[in-house]
Write a protein that binds this ligand. Structure first.
Ligand code: AMP
Length: 412
C-alpha cells in the first residue's frame, strides 16, 4: 500500500463469505490459490509475486489452527502428468516464504492424498500436485469436484487469476462445501470493483496494450465512471485511423473502426476528456536495433509502424494524470519488451508511481511493465494478480468463481 494515500472508503462490495467469517480452528481448509508463476528452463521461479500475494490467507489459516490444504494449476498440461508443470518448485518456495514445512503431495485426489490429509495436524500445510494433471479440472467434472471436496471441511478461493474459469476447483467444488473468499480475492474485488465503481474523483483511466478489441468492453464499462480516458499502446492506432489519420503499418483492427468511433463520440458527449497520442516512435520492424524515429501521429509513413508513444504524448498524458485522485492503468503504451520502444511505458509507470492518487494497475503485461520500469511495486496502491480475470471485472462482469461462493446473508 502506498504510504501517502489512504485507501479511502473502499466499499464492501463482496457479499460473499470470507475466510474471516468462518471458524476454522481444527478444520481442513481446501485453499485454491493461483500459483501459476513463470518458471525458467531449469524450473526456477522467476517471479513469485502470485505466491506472496496469497501469504496473508495462508498465514491466517495457519495461525488460526486450520489444516491447510493448498492447490493450484500451473501452465497447461492438458490433463496429462508432466514434470515440467509439477508444483514441486512452488512447494519449496512456499516452505521458504512461510518458514514452515510444506508437505508436497504427489497428486490432488486419490487414496494416498486422502491418507496424508487425514494425518495432518492443526496448523500443518500441504500442497497438492497440479490440478490440471486431471482433464476433469478444466471440464468442471462433478465427480472430480466431489473428490476434491472430500479432502476438506471448507473451501477458500484465493485464486483471483483463475476465477473467470468454470473449472472444478473454482466452481464445481463449491457445490459440496461452504465456500468463502480468501484475503487476496477480497482485495482484488475491493479495488477492481469497489474503487472503480465509486472512485475518488478525478478518476482517470489509462488504457493501452495491443488490441482495442480486448479492451473495448472495459472502456464501455468505464465510460460512465471516469473523468478522463487516455489511450496509448497499439490500440490507439485503430482510434487514430478511425479519426481519419493514415497510420502506416501500425497495428489496426479494421473491423473495430466503427465501434471505436462510436465509443469515442459517446465518451466525449458525456463531457469526459479523451486523450490519444500526439506523437509516436516508429520503426519498420518490431526488432531490437531497428532504425527508429519520432514523428507526429499525422506523419506516420507507409511501411512504418508506431511502436511507442513519443515524448510530447508522454508530457500530455502526465499532465492529464496530474490532478487525478484515482488512476487505473491497464496495458503498456508501446512494445516495452524492446528497449527502443519502452520509454513511453516506463515514463508513465514512473508518473503513476509518483502520483498523489490511489493507483490501480491491471494485471498481465502491465505489472511486468512496472517491474521492468524499475518502479517499486510498493509505490503503486494495488497491482492486480489476474490478467483475464481483472479485465472481466473491469468490464463489469461477474466472475464465475466469485458468484459460486456462499452468500454472506445465507450464513447469518
Ligand atoms: P495486451 O495484452 O493487450 O495488454 O497487450 C500487451 C502487448 O501489447 C505488449 O506485449 C506490447 O508489446 C504490445 N503493444 C503495445 N503497444 C504496441 C504497439 N504500438 N504496437 C504493437 N504492439 C504493441
Amino acid at each position: 500500500m502506498k504510504n501517502n494515500v489512504s485507501p479511502m472508503e473502499i466499499k464492501g462490495v463482496l457479499n460473499k463469505l470470507t475466510i474471516a467469517d468462518l471458524d476454522i480452528k481444527g478444520k481442513r481448509l481446501f485453499i485454491r490459490a493461483d500459483f501459476n508463476v513463470p518458471l525458467d528452463d531449469d524450473l526456477n521461479i522467476t517471479d513469485d509475486r502470485r505466491i506472496r500475494s496469497t501469504l496473508p490467507t495462508i498465514n491466517y489459516a495457519i495461525d488460526e489452527g486450520a489444516k491447510v490444504i493448498l492447490s493450484s494449476h500451473l501452465g497447461r498440461p492438458k490433463g496429462k502428468v508432466n514434470p515440467r508443470y509439477s508444483l514441486a518448485p512452488i512447494a519449496k518456495r512456499l516452505q521458504r516464504l512461510l518458514k514452515k514445512e510444506v508437505t508436497f503431495l504427489p497428486d490432488c485426489i486419490g487414496q494416498q492424498v486422502e491418507k496424508a490429509v487425514k494425518e495432518m495436524k492443526d496448523g500443518d500445510v500441504a500442497l497438492l500436485e497440479n490440478l490440471r494433471f486431471h482433464i476433469e479440472e478444466e471440464t468442471n467434472d462433478e465427480g472430480f469436484s466431489r473428490a476434491l471436496s472430500g479432502l476438506a471441511d471448507y473451501y477458500i478461493n484465493d485464486a483471483f487469476g483463475a476465477s473467470h474459469r468454470v473449472h472444478a476447483s473454482i466452481v464445481g467444488i463449491t457445490k459440496f462445501l461452504p465456500s468463502a473468499a480468501g484475503f487476496l480475492l477480497k482485495k482484488e474485488i475491493e479495488y477492481l470493483q469497489g474503487v472503480v465503481n465509486s472512485p475518488v474523483r478525478p478518476f482517470v483511466a489509462l488504457l493501452g496494450g495491443a488490441k482495442v478489441s480486448g479492451k473495448i468492453g472495459v472502456l464501455g464499462n468505464l465510460e460512465s465512471k471516469v473523468d478522463k480516458v487516455i489511450i496509448g499502446g497499439g490500440m490507439a492506432y485503430t482510434f487514430l485511423k478511425a479519426s481519419g489519420y493514415s497510420v502506416g503499418d501500425s497495428l489496426v483492427e479494421d473491423e473495430m473502426l466503427d465501434s471505436v468511433n462510436n465509443i469515442r463520440e459517446r465518451i466525449i458527449s458525456k463531457g469526459i476528456k479523451f486523450y490519444l497520442p500526439v506523437d509516436c516512435v516508429i520503426a519498420q520492424s518490431i526488432e531490437p536495433g531497428a532504425e527508429s524515429k519520432i514523428v507526429p501521429v499525422q506523419e506516420i509513413p507507409n511501411g512504418w509502424k508506431a511502436l511507442d508513444i513519443g515524448p510530447a504524448s508522454v508530457r500530455l498524458f502526465i499532465e492529464a494524470l496530474s490532478n487525478a485522485k484515482t488512476i487505473l492503468w491497464n496495458g503498456p503504451m508501446g512494445v516495452f519488451e524492446i528497449d527502443a520502444f519502452s520509454r513511453g511505458t516506463f515514463a508513465i509507470a514512473h508518473a503513476i508511481a509518483d502520483a498523489y492518487a490511489l493507483t490501480i494497475v491491471g494485471g498481465g503485461d502491465t505489472d511486468l511493465a512496472v517491474t521492468r520500469a524499475g518502479v517499486s511495486p510498493e509505490s503503486i496502491s494495488f497491482i492486480s494478480t489476474g490478467g483475464g480475470a481483472s479485465l472481466q471485472l473491469l468490464e463489469g462482469k461477474e466472475l464465475p468463481g466469485i458468484a459460486a461462493l456462499t452468500d454472506k446473508r445465507l450464513k447469518d
